[in-house]
Design a protein around this ligand. Structure first.
Ligand SMILES: [Zn+2]
Ligand SMILES: [Zn+2]
Length: 669
């Protein structure tokens, strides 16, 4: 009889031909009710999957409490949506329908235009399928049989996917675009899933039947090029989300509302921070107000790095093809690079700063005495992102990386990583990001370098994390092929997670570029090399900050820190004095000397998110004071001018955070 080993180590004999659901049932009826899918010998499978003979097979039942189950639920909802669209519209060609971070989507090619007003109708049809409890039926067929079926149905996109599978799988770029919808070929077999009369090519798993989807909502429709390629047909993508409970869904929808209010593209317009133009898609234009914020960020960043013993360099944007061949970017990264011809030779626009930094290192010999060398670069890089994925500042084609390369003796590696971890911690805290997730990714299956190199590098990262008392998750085998790495994910006030910082120990570049230093034995040795970024992309980080603060920047970052508002024209002269006092304390202040009523001036300053309004009239002018209105806390009453200026300057200089803006509770982790 087959046996399974449960996560607690217990083994269990099960009947021949028993499914995962049968096993869950044997363990307990509560578990069986909560079960969504299972991990069987490391692979996530349907509840209907049969336990193979022999064993023991490792089995973990995934309940509605697990993250994986949530993404299975959402992906299943995508199938149900496709089934509903098929019922309603008949002749539909299907693209792909993966689960994504906060929900799911499916891409449809159909002649009618689906508008937001149609979503309720599709949702109602989905509700009917859910009420019917339509099952997900898995079938394993040959690629040929699947091809015949899709051909008969006129499913040209599925046929294309099948062709790619037959040709040896999808390329890495396409896998990313297709996300979860990628079926895995095993011995020329692919899996199909039927939901009502909708058949999809999918590796699964799914919930056992549509009735297991208790709470869902369709959100919007957007155009999306097939495979993110603007030369391919434009499909209609319907986005939705699903949860295991109605209250979780309601909380999520409230967060989405809040996120809409905080959309950095909208706030960017309101505060006149930046813009995008058709003449440079994916390239941000930073306006004077945006530059104020950006320069404050950079000044802060430079000060911290000086204090931490970094030097700063700048390397060229356009560098020869030969360099990119040597660095390996030509072979591994070419699709995301821009090229140009100069004097009939090919040059590339840098997508990364490393090769330039290496040339500086190689410019002269180095001694062990100067190690470590911490070489920082605020490098402007260009990466050719597909037009479909561009998203305001959060996904751009040109950005500034807050990069640094550390060259050190192998024995210094761990201490250097400790230094980076401390620096990262200080930076994130300053912005009020307290909820930070750290992941350590180790050697992948395909990698360069020796066991010793990997052990040393991974050991240094792990040792540094432990030395700093960090809690971290290990992603076994998910490092880059040339480097183990630590990644930082920060959670914003809406509970959304952003990958920002990274620390990588490079095992390839020192070899490729033959980096050396002269040791105390007078011989040449190979230095260790660390790449690290803290904010990641400054432009993207600015976008994250705008949404995190909802446009209400801490005083040190606010484009305009104080607005001086005379109650009538008579006090404009005193207003000028107040503005000058603020300016001489290094504060960015504006005087509203328009002839509008003071209530209109207050409204205007509030809309522009000016943190402090200093209102001046008869009383203030004669007493040499200001009436302070804090955008977050309201009226603070009159205060001597000098005291107010000192207080504001102190708040800005200490980079104090503003009181948290009210909003819905953060997302459950
Ligand atoms: Zn599926
Ligand atoms: Zn680098």
């Amino acid at each position: 009889m087959p046996t399974v080993r449960l996560p607690d180590g217990k083994t269990l004999e099960v009947a021949e031909g028993a499914s995962v659901a049968d096993v869950a049932n044997r363990i307990g009826s509560r578990l069986a009710r909560a079960a969504v899918a299972a991990r069987l010998n490391g692979k996530v499978v349907d509840l209907s999957a049969v336990v193979a003979p022999g064993g023991p097979h490792d089995l973990e039942v995934l309940t509605d409490q697990s993250d994986e189950a949530l993404s299975i639920l959402r992906h299943s909802a995508a199938h149900v949506m496709a089934a509903a669209v098929r019922r309603l519209y008949g002749n539909v060609k299907f693209g792909v329908g993966p689960a994504i971070d906060d929900g799911f989507y499916y891409d449809f090619d159909l002649s009618q235009r689906i508008g937001d007003e149609d979503l309720a109708r599709i949702e109602a049809e989905m509700a009917a399928l859910i009420a019917e409890g339509v099952p997900f039926v898995r079938e394993e067929v040959s690629v040929e049989a699947a091809t015949a079926l899709m051909k008969a149905g006129g499913q040209e996109y599925k046929l294309e996917l099948l062709r790619d599978i037959a040709a040896g799988g999808l390329t890495a770029g396409e896998v990313a675009a297709d996300a979860e919808a990628k079926p895995l070929p095993a011995d020329g077999m692919v899996s199909l899933y039927r939901t009502g009369d909708f058949v999809d090519l999918c590796r699964g798993p799914h919930v056992p039947h549509a009735g297991r989807i208790p709470a869902l909502k369709l959100l919007n429709v957007a155009g999306s090029y097939w495979r993110g390629d603007s030369t391919r047909p434009m499909l209609q993508r319907i986005y939705g989300t699903a949860f295991f409970s109605k209250p979780s869904l309601a909380a999520h929808l409230a967060r989405l509302e809040e996120a809409k209010k905080r959309d950095h593209r909208r706030i960017g317009k309101d505060l006149d921070l930046f813009s995008f133009h058709d003449d440079g898609p994916g390239f941000a234009f930073l306006h004077p107000n945006g530059m104020v914020v950006l320069n404050e960020l950079l000044e802060f960043w430079r000060r911290l790095h000086r204090e931490a013993g970094y030097v700063e360099v700048r390397t060229p944007t356009v560098l020869s093809r030969d360099l990119w061949l040597r660095s390996g970017h030509w072979d591994n990264y070419r699709e995301a690079m821009y090229f140009t011809q100069i004097d009939e030779a090919t040059y590339a626009v840098k997508p990364m700063n490393c090769p330039g930094g290496l040339l500086i290192y190689l410019n002269r010999p180095h001694s062990y005495r100067e190690m470590p060398i911490r070489m920082a670069e605020l490098g402007l890089v260009h990466r050719h992102e597909k037009s479909g994925v561009l998203h305001g500042l959060l996904r751009v084609r040109q950005f500034t990386q807050d990069d640094a390369h550390i060259f050190c003796l192998p024995g210094q590696l761990q201490d250097e990583v400790v230094g980076v971890i401390r620096l990262v911690d200080r930076v994130y805290r300053t912005f009020g990001f307290e909820d930070v997730r750290v992941e350590l990714s180790t050697r992948p299956e395909h990698s360069i370098g020796t066991d010793e190199m990997w052990e040393h590098a991974t050991g240094a990262l792990r040792g540094a994390l432990e030395a700093c008392g960090m809690t971290y998750k290990v992603n076994e085998g998910e490092g880059a092929f040339y480097a183990p790495k630590i990644d930082y994910h920060i959670r914003d006030c809406l509970g959304r997670s952003w990958q920002c910082g990274t620390i990588q120990v490079d095992l390839a570049m020192p070899e490729r570029f033959n980096l050396t230093y002269v040791g105390d034995d007078n011989r040449e040795h190979r230095p260790a090399m660390v790449h690290r970024a803290i904010l990641g992309s400054i432009e993207r980080f600015l976008g994250i900050l705008i949404e995190h603060y909802g446009g209400d920047f801490p005083l040190w970052l606010a484009p305009v820190q104080a607005a001086v508002l005379p109650v009538t024209d008579r006090f404009n002269a005193y207003g000028v004095r107040v503005r000058e006092a603020l300016a001489s304390a290094g504060l960015r202040a504006e005087l509203d000397d328009s002839s509008d009523k003071v209530s209109a001036k207050i409204r205007r300053a509030s809309l522009r998110r000016v943190p402090y309004m200093l209102i001046v009239g008869e009383k203030e002018a004669s007493a040499g004071s200001v009436s302070v209105r804090d955008k977050a806390a309201g009226d603070l009453g009159a205060e001597p001018l000098e005291a107010a200026v000192r207080r504001l300057a102190e708040e800005a200089n200490t980079k104090r955070l503003r009181p948290k803006a009210t909003g819905p509770a953060p997302a459950e982790p």
